[in-house]
Write a protein that binds this ligand. Structure first.
Ligand code: G3P
Length: 248
């Protein structure tokens, strides 16, 4: 099975109703987008419903987080059921900003990933090392521990897209070189083959995130284990279209 190229736009804590109009209604909906690319955008939670109602049907919508209970007294949280009720199919989990600022552990991310999948969402779990880990030669130890916590909980990998986001490349303008990214993606795929199955390794999309823009997306996309991107800052601009179309 060929892995469909995937481009996600993570708006983080940015955007407003004006951006939904200018970027979604007037730009993404009207642009000619590469049909071989799966596009998913992730606005802040309060804008999910409006984004879903505005975006063309071929554009997916993702939440930036979800909790691992069906419903109940969990003030401030959102369940998979609530997301599905407003027709949101995807969720990003374990982004490094959530791991760093909200102290999300590997185990918590693994449990939330499994719960979201079991409750009908497609999940983009994020993994990635900090600069200090890379400099200490611990990049893959960190990533394998993050992957293991996911694999310990998840039974069916069909609806997972793994995002590799080196923390040192996020929002810094310091993009990983295509070789640096490819090297990690290849090792993630090998880890999946060794620890989950050859089939999961072959079929799971592994996307890169960290200072992706329209100028570097083309080169990165040529690497054989890079199946797409998770874009932050540049996903808030019309240039997002050029990232989606980088392989044309
Ligand atoms: O999830 C996307 C991300 O963390 C990358 O952000 O702004 O470096 O593209 P940015």
């Amino acid at each position: 099975m060929a892995r469909k190229f995937f481009v996600g736009g993570n708006w983080k804590m940015n955007g407003n109703t004006a951006l939904i109009k200018s970027l979604v209604a007037e730009t993404l909906n009207t642009a000619k987008l590469d049909e071989t690319v799966e596009v998913v955008i992730a606005p802040p939670a309060v804008y999910l419903e409006k984004t879903r109602a505005t975006a063309n049907k071929n554009i997916g919508v993702a939440a930036q987080n979800v909790y691992y209970k069906k419903s109940g007294a969990y003030t401030g949280e959102i369940s998979p059921e609530i997301l599905k009720d407003v027709n949101v199919d995807w969720v990003i989990l374990g982004h490094s900003e959530r791991r760093e600022y909200f102290k999300e552990s590997n185990e918590f991310v693994g449990e939330k990933t499994a719960f979201a999948l079991e409750n009908g969402l497609k999940v983009i779990p994020c993994v990635g090392e900090k600069l200090e880990h890379r400099e200490a030669g611990k990049t893959m130890d960190i990533i394998f521990a993050q992957l293991k916590a996911i694999a310990d909980n998840v039974k069916d990998w069909t609806n997972i897209v793994i995002a590799y986001e080196p923390v040192w490349a996020i929002g810094t303008g310091k993009v990983a070189t295509p070789q640096q990214a490819q090297e990690v993606h290849e090792q993630i795929r090998k880890w999946l083959a060794d620890n989950v199955s050859a089939e999961v390794a072959e079929n799971t999309r592994i996307i890169y995130g960290g200072s992706v823009n329209a100028s570097n997306a083309g080169e990165l996309s040529k690497e054989k284990d890079i199946d797409g991107f998770l874009v932050g800052g540049a996903s808030l601009k019309p240039d997002f279209v050029n990232i989606i179309n980088a392989r044309l």
